[in-house]
Ligand binder design. Structure first.
Ligand code: GLA
Length: 505
């Protein structure tokens, strides 16, 4: 737009709003307050300032703090600008607009998955002060934090896959009870983890309080502990968690202390809105180290689970920031396609896994009903072969005999929990079939045969698959049957898996 035209339209826009302050250069100048914007990103305010032809401004949000207006300009009586976008490579910025109507500002734009289309009203500088986002400086990266927890991959249960935000004190207690009564605890599942959705607001001292569904966190952790179990909690380094609850931004040490004081043993720390503030490897790493160090400073043993979806080669630095497990992927869902995409291809670099630090391909979906028995067996086999954390994600009260058998097979769990801590990997691929190997502490090698195809298929396993020249004993890990030699071939059902351990030389 030419300068002359710009000025003319700016003046036209200014004349639209007689109520604008005398100092305003455009009709949009000043503070606008939004009370009814969609929760994500939670627009609370817009501030616009203009000096001659130069317009500046930002939209303040609960998720991302102030979003700067890029290239703000007046066109046809509207204020147009671009805003940085997130998680969308095709649209690193998005066009936004503001129009004025009867003294209200109509703000429209899109960020990530959220459409903003909302009306705001004029506010004062006092309002602006109250709604100004408080930035917090990220400390420099501290020394690597020595790992001592999680000698083997953590095992337990998490609320997210089944309950999402619909989780409360009563359900968590019920899961602890069911963990014991089903025998899952005695099979090794130890953690009862509350995922997103427990958070309330901060009190006058900025202490984060649980919401009304969790009336007494100390009593809850004591209850879970009384069952011989441990208990976990969830937060984010961003101002908002992925489900939009209060995050730990600006309150990292304070929240770590609360989690420790309440008696938690595990923290899942999910990047969520923090990805806006910590958008590169250095800052993501520092943001995890900040919490890792804060947890360490509490003096309580709190397992630290990093959830940043596998970005920035997290496995290469997850341990240094105090993590015992780090997600290698986006979220799992209860279907074969997603589960196998993650389990086969996004389960992390085996070189990074070992005692005190594990690749986390996300929680289990076994028991949630979206996969067949053969597919769930593949799920469990893949996770065990990958030395993955085994965090169940179904309603433990509704554990069928079939599900229980999959989750509590001692031989399969022993492969996952093997003291050598090696993450298994594919050693041979043949069409839809994959052979995986995982060396075990007792000198045996676990082998898994996966059929990713839609038809049942047969394949021969050889001593060479296990790195041996000959095999002296074979144990079928799912059935417990043993034999002295490998069978001529294995038939694997569609989407199914066979899992054995071989002794050899
Ligand atoms: C992200 C995580 C999930 C879960 C949700 C909670 O999507 O990856 O595992 O914690 O947030 O909102």
């Amino acid at each position: 737009m030419s300068r002359a035209l710009f000025t003319a339209t700016a003046l036209a826009a200014a004349s639209l709003c007689a109520a604008s302050p005398a100092a305003a250069k455009t009709a949009f100048d000043g503070v606008w307050l939004f009370d009814k914007a969609p929760p994500m990103p939670g627009v609370t305010m817009m501030e616009v300032r203009s000096k001659g032809a130069k317009i500046e401004g930002h939209v303040t949000t609960l998720w991302y703090g102030p979003i700067e207006m890029m290239n703000p300009r007046i066109q046809d009586g509207r204020l147009l600008f671009e805003a940085r976008n997130i998680n969308d490579r095709d649209h690193p910025t998005r066009p936004w607009s503001v129009s004025l109507d009867k003294g209200q500002a109509h703000l429209k734009g899109r960020i990530w998955a959220s459409e903003v289309d909302t009306q705001g009203y004029r506010g004062t500088t006092k309002d602006a002060k109250a709604r100004t986002f408080r930035f917090t400086a990220l400390p420099p990266l501290g020394q690597p934090i020595p790992g001592k927890l999680a000698t083997t991959p953590p095992m337990g249960w998490s609320s997210w896959n089944k309950f999402a935000e619909h989780i409360d004190d009563r359900t968590v207690r019920a899961m602890a009870d069911a963990m014991v009564s089903t025998g899952l605890r005695d099979a090794g599942y130890l953690y009862i983890n509350i995922d997103d959705g427990w958070q309330g607001k901060r009190d006058a001292n900025d202490m984060l309080q649980p919401n009304e569904k969790f009336p007494d966190m100390k009593a809850l952790t004591a209850y879970v502990h009384s069952k011989g179990l441990k208990i976990g909690i969830y937060s984010s380094q961003g101002p908002r968690t992925c489900a939009g609850y209060e995050g730990s931004y600006g309150h990292v040490a304070q929240d770590a202390k609360s989690f420790a004081d309440w008696g938690f043993d595990y923290l899942k720390y999910d990047l969520c809105s923090g990805e806006w503030f910590y958008a590169d490897a250095d800052r993501v790493k520092r943001s995890y180290h900040e919490m890792g160090a804060a947890l360490q400073a509490t003096g309580r043993d709190i397992l630290f689970s990093l959830c940043e979806y596998g970005r920035f080669d997290v496995g290469s630095w997850g341990r240094d920031v105090g993590g015992q497990l780090w997600r290698t992927t986006g979220d799992i869902t209860d279907d074969y396609e997603t589960m196998t995409k993650i389990g086969f291809d996004k389960n992390g670099n085996p070189a990074h896994a070992g005692p005190h630090g594990w690749n986390d391909p996300d929680m289990l979906e076994i028991g949630n009903g979206g996969m067949s028995a053969a597919e769930y067996r593949t799920h469990m086999t893949l996770w065990a072969m990958s030395a993955a954390p085994l965090m169940m994600g179904h309603d433990l009260r509704e554990t069928s005999a079939e599900t229980l058998a999959l989750l509590t097979n001692r031989r399969v769990i022993a492969v996952d929990q093997d003291a050598r801590g090696v993450q298994g990997k594919a050693v041979r691929k043949q069409g839809a079939l994959e052979v995986w190997a995982k060396p075990l502490a007792d000198g045996r090698v676990a082998l898994a045969l996966f059929n990713r195809g839609a038809e049942s298929a047969s394949l021969e396993l050889t001593a060479a698959d296990a790195g041996f020249s000959s095999v002296t004993q074979v144990e079928d890990l799912w059935s417990g049957a043993t034999a002295a030699i490998l069978p001529t071939s294995y038939t694997v059902p569609a989407h199914g898996a066979v899992m054995i351990a071989v002794k050899g030389q």
